[in-house]
Write a protein that binds this ligand. Structure first.
Ligand code: NAD
Length: 504
């Protein structure tokens, strides 16, 4: 039941009755094309007020069992028998439906996560639609290969068959609940897999709506099921289930390690998209306008709750002061307001637990008397707001330099020269992303080769594309989302070695 203060917030910004209904109804599981309410109720909060939006259910092993059985049935039934051209059409139909409901889905995401609506619609939902459209085409492009064998004569022939891995557990975090889930299901559906999705219990709203749209698009029941609940309970039961063939997990590194350990008990295939502490390398010859905008977006977009945020910026000493001053000015101009306010450039954090976690880093920096070139982190009476913080030259053994804050906190470090920039950038066990700012192509390519990062942006940040893979190295996990490469994660390869194929 939504709190009065949340209803007032929705009313203030003219949210329609239909949308209010969608965000305040109990967020059920979705099994076999229908909602199921099962398990202990858990509250879902609206981040800009901190009051109750609705509640969801912690379904545990019982709902996981129902979901996996349903997904297995669908996998072995109508879905596998379907022509890939028809599968492709269904996926395109889903994209069209998402397009029709784009504004509505953006509203659900903005209200549930707290992000500015002006960003949620084009980025979270628009980006997700692009991903679904890209992967629809892959449904009809899956093939193995045939060829001569190198150690045998022409009496022999080798071939590979590519088949869907089966039932996929798709586990998503709360920072981009819709988009990170869609990053998994586009390729999984194209490959012919069925899916049990598990959103974060902090942000379950848009996943239920997605399930309804998938059913409305005409996918057979059971192709896409949803289980809700706490990670340590429902999530753990899902990952440990022997009927799951593949786990695609996006979340923090510590949880990813637990998920990996559990999945390997059944040799379940794994993709782990985990956390990061990505560097921005700012060379002396870079365009400072581009740098300031890139660094701003790199850390403050989505209130810093971005896995590939460039939370460490390493700037050549010759331009350090100018970059810092201009970045502070740029950051001060942002309006920190509730997501539905059209003036909002930065919304609240997604939960009170996360606000407290970010504030622990900020308070540690304050207690250790680090230089805070910008400190707007005072929290407010209501909601989970935390303003931006820029820490100047923190020691490299300090938590703000080493650990993932996952909030609007930038560590800006001065470097003596280019080599020092590259050396400081490498000072991390994570390897999700990096950004290089320079106008010198040889410098860019040289640095890119040496960086331990799965995605490297050049002169900007955040322009991911469905046709190029995204995924971490080092402690940021393994496996890729998006791009042709992602299809491998949802397909098994079988080898056929045939003898006696010579003529006569
Ligand atoms: P989290 O690890 O706490 O939770 C992620 C998901 O896993 C949630 O759905 C949660 O309920 C579930 N979960 C928790 N414990 C589980 C368990 N034992 N077994 C199975 N499932 C379990 O992460 P979060 O706090 O929701 O998200 C923030 C983290 O996600 C950050 O570290 C961020 O960097 C990372 N992230 C990574 C990417 C990427 O693509 N690499 C993208 C977005 C977020």
């Amino acid at each position: 039941m939504a709190d009065e203060i949340v209803l007032q917030y929705l009313e203030k910004w003219g949210v329609s009755r239909e949308i209010v209904k969608l965000v305040t109804r109990p967020i059920a599981h979705w099994i076999d094309g229908a909602p199921v309410e099962l398990g202990e109720r858990i509250p879902v909060y609206e981040p800009s007020t901190g009051a109750t939006l609705t509640d969801t259910f912690d379904g545990g092993a019982e709902i996981v069992e129902q979901a996996v059985r349903s997904s297995r049935r669908a996998f072995e039934g109508e879905w596998s028998a379907m022509r890939s051209l028809d599968r492709q059409s269904l996926i395109f139909r889903l994209a069209d439906l998402m397009e029709t409901h784009k504004e509505e889905l953006g509203l659900l995401e903005s209200i549930d996560v707290g992000k500015p609506l002006s960003q949620a619609v084009p980025i979270d939902i628009g980006g997700a639609i692009d991903v679904i459209r890209y992967f629809a085409g892959w449904a009809t492009k899956i093939s193995g290969r045939t060829g001569d064998m190198v150690a045998y004569d022409q009496q022999f022939l080798g071939m590979t068959l590519r088949q869907p891995v089966g039932v996929v557990a798709a586990i998503a975090p709360w920072n981009f609940p819709f988009q990170t889930l869609v990053w998994k299901i586009g390729a999984a559906l194209a490959a012919g897999c069925t899916i049990v999705a598990k959103p974060s219990d902090t942000t379950p709203v848009s996943t239920l709506r997605l399930a309804e749209l998938i059913t409305q698009a005409g996918f057979p029941d059971g192709v896409f099921n949803v289980v809700n609940g706490k990670g340590s309970h429902t999530g753990a039961a899902l990952v440990a289930h022997s009927g799951i063939n593949k786990v695609s997990f996006t979340g923090s590194t510590p949880t990813g390690i637990k998920v990996g350990e559990a999945a390997l008990q059944n040799m379940t295939r794994l993709t782990l998209e985990l956390g990061g502490k990505s560097p921005a390398l700012v060379f002396a010859d870079s365009d400072i306008d581009v740098v300031v905008e890139g660094l701003y977006n790199g850390i403050f977009f989505n209130t810093g709750q971005v896995c590939d945020a460039t939370s460490r910026a390493i700037v050549d000493a010759s331009i350090f002061d100018e970059v810092l001053d201009r970045l502070v000015e740029r950051t001060k101009s942002v309006r920190i307001l509730p997501g539905l306010d059209p003036e909002s450039g930065m919304g609240p954090l997604a939960s009170s637990t996360h606000r407290d976690s970010v504030m622990r880093f900020v308070n540690l920096a304050r207690a250790d008397k680090l230089t805070l070139a910008l400190d707007q982190a005072q929290t407010q009476n209501s909601g989970y707001f935390v303003g931006p913080v820029i820490v100047e030259n923190p020691p490299h053994d300090h938590a703000v330099w080493r650990d993932e804050v996952f909030g609007p906190v930038l560590a800006l470090s001065r470097a003596q020269d280019s080599q020092d920039i590259v050396r400081q950038a490498a000072d991390t066990r994570y390897g999700l992303a990096a950004a290089i700012y320079s106008r010198d192509i040889q410098r860019v390519l040289g640095a890119a080769r040496s960086l331990n990062a799965g995605t490297i942006y050049v002169n900007g940040h955040g322009f991911l594309d469905p046709s190029f893979p995204f995924g971490g190295l080092g402690m940021s996990g393994f496996g890729k989302d998006m791009g042709a490469e992602q299809m491998d994660a949802y397909l098994e390869t079988k080898t056929l070695l045939v003898s006696g194929v010579g003529v006569g």
